[in-house]
Design a protein around this ligand. Structure first.
Ligand code: SF4
Length: 213
């Protein structure tokens, strides 16, 4: 159990906000369905690559209806550079079909419904809630997990418990941006290898300041 107080959690937010401000989702999209597709493709793939792939994919299939008409093979041909393309193409087609058949072509807006879609887990659903629907959502990815554990805010790497702890300490309207801020900091400063503690605005709050990992 971490001894991090509510004040300390909010101090993390404030210090990161000073550096990165209001962040937006780096995955390019023009609709909730496009964000859903981009999030699916982003598993173990860099955002820049996903954006290159979706530019071509969305020119052919910009919405659930048109995506559902493609075969998994046709989708795989367009997304193969994202990796894991077999599973991703099958899930994307199946999710598009379910959206058409069960949700009248519109991406559903609740955690329960989103996580029924093939290939959509809790993290992806939170990305959708926070970035497509303006509903509070706190996606926990590998950067969020690593950073909160290094700081000492968490002593637990279970994503659901991390989400629950963060959401209990931070105001709902900040959840989505808090996740973006932690991801930015995890990519730029508190990297998995060779974190730059000397440049870190969170250093005085951090249990692992100076870690060499
Ligand atoms: S002080 Fe170092 S380990 Fe702690 S959050 Fe900053 S970069 Fe990460």
């Amino acid at each position: 159990m971490s001894s991090f107080t509510c004040r300390k959690w909010n101090e993390i937010y404030d210090r990161l906000y000073e550096v990165y401000g209001d962040c937006s989702c780096p995955l390019r999209h023009e609709s909730p369905f496009q964000l859903l597709a981009a999030v699916m493709l982003s598993a173990q793939c860099r955002d820049e690559r996903v954006n290159q792939v979706t530019e071509k994919l969305f020119a052919v299939a910009p919405d659930a209806k048109s995506m559902a008409k493609l075969s998994a093979g046709e989708i795989a041909d367009m997304i193969h550079t994202c990796g894991l393309f077999d599973a991703k193409s099958r899930n994307l087609r199946a999710a598009a079909r379910m959206i058409v058949e069960e949700f009248h072509g519109e991406v559903p807006r609740t955690m329960e419904e989103l996580t029924r879609l093939p290939g959509i887990g809790r993290k992806s659903a939170n990305v959708l809630l926070g970035n497509a629907f303006g509903t509070p959502g706190f996606p926990v990815d590998t950067h969020v997990n690593r950073l909160l554990n290094r700081l000492g805010a968490m002593c637990d790497d279970d994503p659901v418990r991390i989400e629950s702890a963060a959401c209990a300490k931070i105001a709902p309207e900040k959840w989505c941006n808090f996740s973006h801020l932690l991801i930015q900091h995890g990519r730029q400063i508190c990297r998995a290898r060779k974190p730059e503690c000397a440049k870190c605005v969170l250093a005085t709050l951090c249990k692992k300041h100076g870690v060499k990992a």
